[in-house]
Ligand binder design. Structure first.
Ligand SMILES: [Cu+2]
Length: 271
């Protein structure tokens, strides 16, 4: 039987099913085994906004893998089927207009698609609703945090709102408590240098600047206790600028607020 010519349809027919089978096996054996793998290293998101960020991250990886597989496939195809077999000089061509057009236009399409999804998701993550369910004023200072809930008043207190004032480690870490299923708006400000508010499973961080209030909003979807950090090198004890985030049910949140109001009313100050 005659050997099929390089790049001939017969050769392609023989190789294409094998390549497809290998790709499917690779996906099945690696892709479905572990969630950490499908998240490509990202933590499990605890907010709606975090889910959107995670999906964008995964989509970008799928796009990158698709492009990578096509490019590697073309390279391997050329290496296998067009390798040098004799000293015969290959047919010389000067240009191929359709192919040149294709590899000019395809990168533009790729950039356009990535730009579209990034802009769409960034707009969603940055969206602020005019009437959030819970508002938290966050103040960063060297080297801890203060959380105030301006919707919940404490009449007999040096602060007029329910407040949590952190002390620098090894003092008690300040507690930030928020409810699931409600929109929570954070107003960020700093009393001294630049800090940055970061909760890893939010899949989000935002700078906390002096004289420039920053804002963002989340809708928690999972209860749990997490560690919050400052992620902007702000001085000697930057690494100790931690806080505890507790996401609880709306009922537990309202109960906690009531308890805080009672305690702060009695003590006349932040806890
Ligand atoms: Cu800091």
């Amino acid at each position: 039987m005659a050997t099929p010519r390089p790049g001939s349809p017969r050769r392609l027919r023989r190789w294409a099913p094998r390549a497809a089978l290998a790709a499917v096996l690779l996906t099945v054996t690696t892709g479905c085994k572990s969630n950490a793998f499908t998240r490509m290293g990202m933590p499990v998101p605890v907010t709606k906004q975090g889910q959107v960020t995670l999906t964008l991250w995964q989509g970008s990886w799928i796009a990158a893998w698709t492009v990578g597989i096509i490019v590697w496939g073309l390279i391997i195809w050329a290496v296998i089927f067009y390798r040098k077999r004799s000293d015969r000089v290959p047919e010389q061509v000067r240009y191929n207009l359709p192919i040149e057009f294709l590899y000019t236009i395809v990168p533009f399409i790729m950039v356009g698609v990535l730009f579209y999804f990034t802009a769409r998701d960034e707009n969603y993550v940055d969206k602020l609703s005019p009437h959030p369910d819970v508002v938290v004023n966050v103040t960063g200072f060297r080297w801890s945090w203060e959380f105030q809930y301006p919707q919940y008043k404490v009449p007999n207190s040096e602060y007029s709102d329910v407040s949590e004032l952190g002390q620098m480690w090894p003092g008690r870490l300040p507690l930030l408590e928020i409810p699931t299923g409600e929109t929570v708006r954070f107003n960020l400000s700093s009393t001294d240098v630049i800090h940055s508010f970061w909760v890893v499973p939010f899949e989000f961080k935002r700078d906390v600047l002096p004289d420039h209030p920053n804002h963002f909003q989340v809708t928690p979807i999972k209860t749990g206790t997490f560690t919050g950090r400052c992620t902007e090198l702000c001085g000697l004890y930057h690494s100790r600028m931690l806080f505890t985030l507790k996401i609880v049910t709306p009922q537990q949140f309202r109960q906690w607020i009531t308890t805080q109001q009672a305690m702060q009313n009695a003590s006349g100050g932040a806890q």
